[in-house]
Every structure is written in structure tokens, then in C-alpha cells.
Design a protein around this ligand. Structure first.
Ligand code: CA
Ligand code: ZN
Length: 301
């Protein structure tokens, strides 16, 4: 198995002009090491915030060129394993997150991680849900900062992007140029303060090219069903577009009319919020597995 170190192998923007640092064949499994979103600059509660280089935020390890991937294909990414470091950092402050207009100063908290819990303080242990914040491919048009999500993936900060999940990305450029970073040991839906429990880590992923099967936005497949992801300027727009996407997905693959599919998802579907704090916000819509099974729908076939 190939291993990719983060040392001198990071990008700060997804771009079709990035130079690949590794080439793999479709079907290969790779171990990828990542910095935390501060590029491991916050070592302890004594780290001086003035000393942090704010240009080194949200590094993603990559990009990886996947042989055979071309425009109009889909990149399937199976997350076999996520390993995380033994401490994390949470940050918020003036201008950051939902409370950004009420917070006075930048606040960071370094938190030890032990026995599958984050030790928030003496009384409180938070259960972990390790996940990947930034993951995606080169976008179709101009470069996109690793802090922003969009149809190429990027900073989607979605807690369902975790061990055991399979992701699908549209491929916009030759080789797809896949990269990932920004792991969270734990994060709540919304990521309301602007950060998760930020940790360095290592992910084992399998990359596969699905030829001539194009999607427009990232999709997650997990034990609960199919999760459509959409990033947009406002939560209203993101929820509306991702809901319509799920309804039309059923209309195209079943005998259901748009009215019937709407009735069905109004009762059985889940519209959920991934994050509301990045330059574009991210919403998701879940079609449960039993609905897919009833209509014998396989996402990629
Ligand atoms: Ca993030
Ligand atoms: Zn993060």
C-alpha cells in the first residue's frame, strides 16, 4: 500500500493546475497522512495566537492523480479507516461562526483525547465521531480555497464523512486530483462555533474510477442510505436544492411521479444541516436504504 506523508505535500486550494504528488491506479488503496486545519501550529494552550501563520489554514494532503479518471467520470472514494492524534484544538472568535458578532476575542482550547473521548474539562468527556472535513477533487473552473465547499467537495464539514462511508465525486479534470485533510475527532451538525475538534490524522482510502457516469455534486453512501450533499450561499438555497435533487433522483429511477416522490420523501427522507459557518454552507438529504431497496435502486449501476 502506498503511503502519502503530509510533509511538503499539501495544497491550500483545489485546482486543476495543481501538480500531482502521487499517481495511483483505479482500485488502489492509499494511506494518507494529514495535518490539522492549523497545520499543527497550535501545540498547547500556551501557543501564542500572534505566532500562527494564518496563510497555513486548512491544508489538504495531495493532490493524487488517479489513472483513467477523466471529465464526466465519477471518483468513488471508500474510507476504510480514520486514525487521529491524541489531542485536538477547538477554536472560535470574533467574526467566526454563528456567535461571531457577539464574541470578543479569538479563543482556542487544546483538548486531550483518551479512550475514545475528548476531555473537555474535569467534569465533561465528549464522545468522539472522527470525520474528514475537507475532501474532494479539482473543480471545473477557477481554483477553490480549501476553506470553501462546492460541487467538487472541499470543506464540506459533514460528520457522515467517516470510517465505513463511500463517497462519490464528479470528475472535472484528468486524473481527478484528489486531496483530503481537516480531520475532526468530533463535530456537531452546524459546526456552529466555526471549528470541530481539529486533529491531525491518517486515512486509508480506496480510489476507484467509474467511467462515463457523471454526477453533479458529491454523494455519500452509508449503512443508512444515500446522502446527497449541496453547498450554497444560504441554508435555504442549499436545503431547497438538495431536497429537489433527491426527489428527482427517485422520479428518474422509478415510476413515481414528482408528487408521489415528494409525498414519500416528506415522510421518509431527512433534510439535515452539515455546516453553517464556511463561505458556502452545506446541507444534505438522506434517502433511507429501505426506500432504495424497495425500488431496487443501486446508486452507481
Ligand atoms: Ca473544516
Ligand atoms: Zn476543521
Amino acid at each position: 500500500m502506498k503511503t502519502l506523508s503530509c510533509q511538503s505535500n499539501v495544497i491550500y486550494a483545489f485546482s486543476k493546475n495543481n501538480t500531482p504528488i502521487l499517481t495511483v491506479d483505479s482500485g488502489e488503496t492509499i494511506e494518507i497522512e494529514t495535518y490539522d486545519c492549523f497545520e499543527n501550529q497550535v501545540k498547547s494552550n500556551e501557543t501564542h495566537l500572534e505566532k500562527i501563520d494564518w496563510d497555513k489554514i486548512n491544508p489538504a494532503t495531495g493532490p493524487i492523480f488517479v489513472n483513467g479518471a477523466g471529465k464526466g467520470d465519477t471518483l468513488k472514494v471508500t474510507i476504510n479507516k480514520i486514525e487521529i492524534g491524541n489531542q485536538g484544538v477547538i477554536a472560535t472568535g470574533n467574526g467566526i461562526g454563528v456567535l461571531g458578532d457577539e464574541l470578543k476575542e479569538m479563543t482556542m482550547k487544546v483538548v486531550p483525547i483518551e479512550n475514545n473521548h475528548a476531555l473537555f474539562n474535569d467534569q465533561l468527556k465528549i464522545p468522539l465521531n472522527p470525520m474528514i472535513g475537507v475532501i474532494g477533487v479539482a473543480p471545473e473552473n477557477e481554483d477553490v480555497s480549501c476553506g470553501t465547499p462546492n460541487s467538487h467537495g472541499g470543506n464540506m464539514d459533514t460528520k457522515l464523512i467517516k470510517e465505513g462511508a463511500t463517497l462519490y465525486f464528479p470528475v472535472f479534470t484528468e486524473g481527478a486530483l484528489f486531496a483530503l485533510g481537516d480531520f475532526h475527532a468530533a463535530m456537531g451538525d452546524g459546526e456552529v462555533g466555526g471549528s470541530g475538534l481539529e486533529v491531525p490524522g491518517k486515512a486509508t482510502v480506496q480510489l476507484e474510477v467509474i467511467k462515463n457516469n457523471s454526477i453533479k455534486h458529491p454523494v455519500i453512501e452509508n449503512e443508512d442510505g444515500l446522502v446527497f450533499l449541496m453547498s450554497d450561499n444560504t441554508l435555504d438555497e442549499a436545503i431547497s436544492k438538495v431536497t429537489k435533487k433527491a426527489v428527482y433522483f427517485l422520479v428518474e429511477r422509478t415510476e413515481l411521479t414528482i408528487e408521489d416522490a415528494t409525498l414519500l420523501l416528506s415522510v421518509a427522507g431527512q433534510a439535515e444541516v452539515s455546516q453553517v459557518v464556511n463561505p458556502l454552507v452545506t446541507a444534505r438529504f438522506i434517502i433511507p436504504q429501505y426506500v432504495l431497496d424497495s425500488y431496487q435502486i443501486k446508486f452507481m449501476s
